[in-house]
Design a protein around this ligand. Sequence first.
Ligand code: TEU
Ligand code: CA
Length: 613
Amino acid sequence: MHKQKEFVLNRNDATMSKIEKNWWKESIIYQIYPRSFKDSNGDGIGDIPGIISKLDYLKSLGIDMVWLNPVYGSPNDDNGYDISDYYDIMKEFGTMEDFDVLLKGLHDRGIRLLMDLVVNHTSDEHPWFKEAKQSRESAYYNYYHWWPAEKGTPPFRYSHFDQNGNAWTYNKATDSYYLHYFSEKMPDINWENPETRQAIYEIMRFWFKKGVDGFRMDAICYISKDTTWPDVRDLVKEKYNNDWAGYYAHGPHLHDYLQEMHRETMDGFDVTTLAEASGITIDEALLFVKEDRKQLHMLYHFEGMMLGYEKEGYKRPDPNGPNLVELKKVYTAWDEVFEQDGWGTIYLGNHDQPRMVSRWGNDTEAFREISSKMLLTFLLTMRATPIFYNGDELGMTNIRFEKIEDYKDIETINMYKYLKSKNEDLDRFIKDQQTSARDNGRTPFQWDDSTNAGFTDGKPWLKINDNYKYINEAAQEKDDRSILQFFRQLVKLRKHKPVLVYGTYDLYDEQHPQIYTYTRTLDNEMLLIVLNFSKEKVVYDLPFMLDADTEPLVNNRLEFSLEGNNLTLEPYQAFIFGPLAPGTVPKRRAEKVYVRKEQLKEDTSLESSELAI
Ligand code: TEU
Ligand code: CA
């Protein structure tokens, strides 16, 4: 049956556009890292029956869609991102029957499932690669990328998780080198081979037919390679600022393959896709998600994730933390991209990142709860599909391992080996990793204050944060003012207010170093959001003149003081005011300070006094 399309008018000015309404734009995504969510059988590893036992918890959150990190057959060199069987479930996680129960259990509760699909590479234990590496005559040789040894040393390619940083590994039986952008146990698939592409589309159709609602697509921008294999070191330095992700995301046939994939797999299914867009710049985003290009539905960018690190060193935190003015710039610019077409997403942490509150908020005892709530308010009030990572709703924090032996992540372990071989400062590396390592985000979920946080009866695969004794789900269920309850209430608010999904976003006071202020406007409704990203108390001159008897719609603290135009914000305080009627609330100054690109010309003709704060 042909579905009637619904549209919303997005702006009331010259840039008025039509954004098509879709369920995936209205969804709130919750990411589950299965290895760390809930163990059902005491082996210390989270599993699918564990998730099934928590289905009612997921329902209680009010979220719409679960993104499940890879659960396919895998030897776990990179925790499931190295797939050896796309048609089966990892033994540690359970069986296909368990998976079917999970899928049904989610659907019965009105929750959709987004699978993680890893098709830039397979495991070296995948049958394709096991065959391929036997001989150059193997039917599967051409499923991977090879450099024949008789041509000499292969042109340098950087590998993310290789202990020598080299993406080529020599294979004796074929007397050739295979390519791996990640670890040497993760050979890159040859997408230039049409037969391989069909094999991948077959996998996708298998899961769509099973009823999954879409894919989060791992490293998908890396799939197309220039198989003339030029020496690109200078290019990477000059054009991509020495970031290999930039080069890898610009293969010659990337968009052809994505369009072919859409045609071959998605027609006839009401599904969505979320691309991991490492290496993609803001100017190119629409190439992936512009609706009539029929490629992907959503992507998540890395620009926000790069903030707060120094240029030198590996994921080395800037001692001053991320800069709010920069952060506002990034998220505002990304909002603007999707004003006319396509759709954005927003996140502050995932399985590749440290914990949200430790990085963007403040996880000291005094501020952990309040800053968690402020960040949740931010994510749930932006014009983009929000993605939460399990544990964000409890304010789980970085574990900050002090010894390399505590780490399980291949990224940290191999980078350590690499730096060691170069005689680099390893103590410094460990110190930096306490802020930035991926394992910070992967420690087991904290369910209650019993031994091992209620995660397992056995020995957890990765250490559990000691703070589980007071940061846990059970405790927050009992506390009306917990982060968890705040999260549930805000989720409900977003579900009931289309203005929070589709409303136009406008930034105010872009240069304010502590306060992030914006409005969301749709039809006759406007909401004003004011967030204090700092640990200082700020008396803030509001951009609008609110009535003296205004009460906030949302406040993450008990305190509220509005005197005239002066709103007092305690550390990390978050407010939502409204609903206000747009146009009827007087502004305290003639123009908002933030000027959109396309308006820049006109606005520069304004008197300078009109632009002054
Ligand atoms: O990440 C791909 C990617 O872009 C990584 O370089 C990522 O930026 C890095 O992990 C950050 O430190 C995806 C997955 O999300 C990640 O977990 C996998 O390890 C990786 O692919 C390989 O499959
Ligand atoms: Ca288990």
